[in-house]
Design a protein around this ligand. Structure first.
Ligand SMILES: O=C(O)/C=C/C(=O)CC(=O)C(=O)O
Ligand SMILES: [Mg+2]
Length: 218
């Protein structure tokens, strides 16, 4: 069998590990306390969507939010990876959206239920092209932005993260072994807001990569 190319990680069927509330300003805008430990949840590989295909509104959701995030693509498997070695396990990065059915999430939270319906639906993880590690020498200090219909909604820096990328890789891999082709979504800065059918979402990591998606009904 031909070797698979991690530059097309979204085709590998690997897991997507998401970190929530990793920016104090976003935790605050949703009325949450700043966490003492990373908040984790998962998306399945069926959540991936690439430019050219639409983000589909789940039929059961009336408030779909965008969350722009830096994605970390794992290049080398590991369990209980020490922080000092964590960056050796990174192949590169991707610009990602953690699309969230916010009204559904609020209902799940109030009932003490998991966030699966709010976070893991088909097309809930739009991703850009793969960005090789060398193109982002300091992933802990890079600008992320997102516009809806050309209006800037999110504009933050990964320097605002509460838990750093090495810490997250170490923390996650202690609980969930990381494999080549896995993706970690590192959380979103403030400015999340709702999108409607036909809206155009444009996002970027500084001047490194941009992507554009449209929202459509199912
Ligand atoms: O706690 C909430 O109400 C919402 C949390 C999130 O959706 C967390 C994230 O996905 C994030 O911070 O990026
Ligand atoms: Mg998120």
């Amino acid at each position: 069998m031909a070797a698979r190319n991690v530059e097309r990680f979204w085709e590998w069927g690997r897991k997507i590990v998401c970190v929530g509330r990793n920016y104090a300003d976003h935790a605050k805008e949703l009325g949450n306390a700043v966490p003492a430990e990373p908040v984790l949840f998962l998306k399945p590989p069926s959540a991936y969507v690439r430019e050219g295909a639409p983000i589909l509104l789940p039929g059961y959701c009336s408030e779909l939010h965008h969350e722009v995030e830096l994605g970390v693509v794992i290049g080398k498997a590991g369990t209980a990876i020490p922080q000092a070695a964590a960056m050796h396990h990174v192949a590169g990065y991707a610009l990602c959206l953690d699309m969230t059915a916010r009204d559904v999430q609020e209902r799940c939270k109030s009932r003490g239920l998991p966030w699966t319906l709010a976070k893991a639906f088909n097309t809930s993880c739009p991703v850009s092209d793969f960005v090789p590690k060398e193109k982002i020498p300091d992933p802990g200090n890079i600008r992320l932005w997102l516009k809806v219909n050309e209006q800037l909604r999110q504009d933050g820096s990964t320097s605002q993260m509460i838990f750093s990328i090495p810490y997250l890789i170490s923390y996650i891999s202690d609980v969930i072994s990381l494999e080549e082709g896995d993706l970690i979504l590192t959380g979103t800065p403030k400015g999340v807001s709702s999108v409607q059918e036909h809206d155009e979402l444009q996002a970027g990591i500084e001047d490194v990569v941009t992507m554009t998606f449209r929202v459509a009904s199912r």
